[in-house]
Write a protein that binds this ligand. Structure first.
Ligand code: ADP
Ligand code: MG
Length: 216
């Protein structure tokens, strides 16, 4: 494929596998971030969910990107407790609905799917930018993807822009007081800590970009 080629089911599957790998590698890091301003289970929650996704992929490979997203959604919703399971599950489910049964995703569709995923997290969790949640990673990522797609960038560049914006968004949570989730119980004591869900979101979006890069 060239840099501008649309992304297919193999990309989506590779994205999920790379997400599982990065979550497993950062399990302890995510636990430590959540221990500082939550209950210390974020790394464990996500690792359990993505390990279950890997098992499902070993049994059967989805035929379309949408089917891969739906598999991820169903697995995360059923295997991951806490706030993050339903939130990530909703994100993948909305992305699946946005792409339908398309065999490949172009830049515009990717940007739309990311926006749908973010909108699902907002619909479920009611967080806005600045509330020190995963939305602080997702919303800049969605905006960067939309503007890259509008500028004519290919899927690899769209996802790279989203991942870079999400990483900056995760860093931007450091000085914030939390207004949603467990960290909101801490008031000003949350200041100086990075939101674990924003960090895991940035990791997962970087995995999407790396999978796209590898397929191009
Ligand atoms: P729990 O908080 O139930 O222990 P996790 O530790 O797995 O669940 O996930 C915590 C992360 O979930 C937070 O770091 C934050 O990014 C995200 N989160 C929590 N509540 C919300 C919300 N209402 N909207 C968006 N994200 C949220
Ligand atoms: Mg937690």
């Amino acid at each position: 494929m060239t840099d501008n080629a649309a992304l297919d089911a193999a990309w989506a599957i590779d994205w999920l596998r790379r997400s599982a790998a990065v979550v497993a590698e950062n399990r302890v890091h995510l636990i430590e971030l959540d221990r500082a301003i939550g209950d210390g289970d974020h790394g464990e929650n996500l690792d359990r969910g993505f390990s279950a996704i890997l098992e499902k992929l070993d049994a059967e490979l989805p035929a379309t990107p949408g089917a891969a997203f739906k598999l991820a959604a169903m697995t995360l919703m059923s295997k991951v407790g806490g706030a993050a399971g339903p939130l990530y599950g909703t994100a993948y489910l909305r992305a699946a609905t946005a792409v339908g049964d398309a065999a490949t995703l172009d830049s515009a569709t990717l940007a739309t799917a990311l926006a749908a995923a973010r909108d699902g997290v907002v619909a479920r969790g009611k967080a806005a930018v600045g509330d020190k949640t995963m939305i602080d990673a997702w919303t800049p990522a969605v905006d960067a993807a939309a503007s890259a797609a509008a500028d004519g960038a290919g899927p690899v560049a769209v996802l790279a822009a989203a991942a870079t914006a999400a990483e900056a968004g995760a860093v931007s949570t450091d000085p914030l007081v939390a207004h949603k989730g467990r960290a909101s119980y801490l008031g000003e004591r949350a200041i100086g800590h990075r939101d674990p869900g924003a960090v895991s979101s940035a990791m997962i979006l970087r995995a999407a970009a790396q999978a796209a890069e590898a397929s191009s």
